[in-house]
Design a protein around this ligand. Structure first.
Ligand code: UGA
Length: 442
């Protein structure tokens, strides 16, 4: 089939190349001219594992165009994958989705199925369908909400191996056409109304975020009791009613989805006179988890002024260059406010918006002569931190704050037997060679 895509962010571009891989011809439009120009010249505007390869394999089935009307005239089915960022009140800003819908409906000469993939508040698809069909009686527009559950960093894999496909629409015919397209995937397909599909997406993200905040909340108690949060999470997760995913403690969740989706859901509920206390608390715990980690560093260092602090990892999670709502942003600001000299290295992030953070381009140069090394994102590249040559690079004895519990306590204790060090993580006892603190901060 000929399918259109509006918006080439993570969701749009991955949807486009994966649909092309299943044999469809895809016409892609984005209002950002530079993104389309990059794609037309063979480049890929975002980093995502496997994306470049699958894009090049399907190049002959992908057309990138600045001209929205070309997509509209060629395609009967158009997927809207534009962003729904947070506005100043915390609501989902629907302007990009609205303008895509307006563009399609005002230039269509034939009936269309419009598939909203963007995360939108309950009721949006229904309202857009009504508005679109009010404008003209010459053409008919059927709307489907088809939420996307892919994770950044694993987007191509997730799109190709979905746990479920949700088709929310009032019209069965549109659902059946979409069902046919998705029959190439081996996943259960759930058909529902569009409003339920919209709430389902928010509820799924909120539940995952709630699991993270839950384990982070317990990690603070574990920290003060001297127990091991990783063992606790493993023990909880072995109960199949709970499951082990999203129970990894850390310095909090970030990214372009969880923080904004939870806030949007809270606001959408408030508009309906409903309180969702879990949601507010999930966000609150998340913010406090970052503060908790910072306070640990501060408590250790006492005076961080002029100390070299190295942040390892800036992206909101590994395998992406995305720093939207990344915990690294708030942490670096707090460290700079204490007068620390902050150096940072991330395998993919090149531009970091916080002035005063000194970016370096190699792991080795980041840790040279550093007073405190802070693991912010658990990139595999940092597994080498405890190698003898790296231990020697840091000021002696090395002081490491691991915000992602990258290393097991057994590993760290084994290293500490051979090389004096001070290691703190989240929700677990410290590993500290006697007298380390005195040696560093005299
Ligand atoms: C999330 C959902 O997982 C996807 O299903 C959804 O499609 C997507 O949002 C979206 O709405 O578009 P994503 O934001 O890419 O995907 O990343 P996740 O892998 O979910 O991680 C989110 C944050 O939670 C990261 O900062 C990560 O470090 C943190 N996290 C995750 C933890 O702190 N602990 C965990 O156990 C898992």
């Amino acid at each position: 089939m000929k399918l259109g895509i509006f918006g080439v962010g993570y969701v749009g571009l991955v949807t486009a190349v994966c649909l092309a891989d299943k044999g469809h011809s895809i016409f892609i439009h984005d209002t950002a001219k530079e993104k389309i120009a990059t794609l037309q010249s063979g480049g890929v505007p975002i980093f995502e594992e496997g994306l470049e390869q699958i894009l090049h394999q399907n190049r002959n089935r992908l057309s990138f165009t600045h001209d929205a009307r070309k997509v509209i005239s060629e395609c009967e089915i158009i997927f809207i994958c534009t962003g729904t960022p947070q506005d100043e009140k915390g609501n989902a800003d629907l302007s990009q989705v609205e303008s895509a819908v307006n563009e399609i409906t005002s230039h269509s000469l034939s009936d269309k199925i419009i598939v909203i993939k963007s995360t939108v508040p309950p009721g949006t698809t229904e309202q857009m369908e009504q508005l679109a069909n009010k404008q003209t009686s010459a053409t008919n527009f059927l709307f489907v909400h088809n939420p996307e559950f892919l994770r950044q960093g694993k987007a191509v894999y997730d799109f190709m191996n979905p746990s479920r496909i949700i088709l929310g629409a009032s019209d069965k015919k549109a659902q059946e056409i979409l069902k046919n397209i998705y029959s190439a995937w081996d996943a259960p397909i759930l058909q529902t109304d569009s409003k339920s599909a919209e709430l389902l997406k928010y509820a799924a993200n909120s539940f995952l975020a709630m699991k993270i905040s839950y384990i982070n909340m317990i990690s603070q108690l574990s920290d003060s009791l001297g127990t091991n949060i990783d063992d606790i999470a493993s023990g909880i997760g072995l109960d199949p009613r709970i499951g082990s995913d999203f129970l990894k403690t850390g310095i909090g969740f970030g990214g372009s989805c969880f923080p904004k989706d939870l806030k949007a859901l809270e606001n959408a509920a408030a508009d309906n006179g409903v309180e969702l206390p879990f949601i507010g608390q999930t966000l609150d715990i998340n913010e406090k988890q970052g503060d908790f980690f910072f306070e640990k560093i501060k408590a250790y260092g006492e005076d961080l002024k002029n100390k070299k602090i190295t942040m390892l990892g800036l992206s909101f999670k590994p395998k992406t260059d995305d720093i939207r709502s990344a915990p690294s942003i708030v942490l670096s600001e707090k460290l700079l406010n204490e007068g620390a000299r902050v150096t940072a290295f991330d395998p993919l992030v090149r531009d970091f918006p916080i002035e005063g953070v000194h970016m370096v381009h190699s792991f080795e140069s980041a840790i040279i002569d550093t007073d405190i090394t802070v693991i912010v994102t658990e990139w595999d590249d940092f597994n080498q931190l405890f190698r003898a040559e790296n231990m020697k690079r840091m000021k002696q004895p090395p002081v490491i704050f691991d915000g992602r519990n990258m290393f097991t306590l057994e590993e760290v204790r084994r290293i500490a037997d051979q090389h004096p060090l001070h290691y703190e993580s989240i929700g677990r006892p410290k590993v500290s060679s006697l007298g380390v603190k005195k040696q560093i901060f005299v």
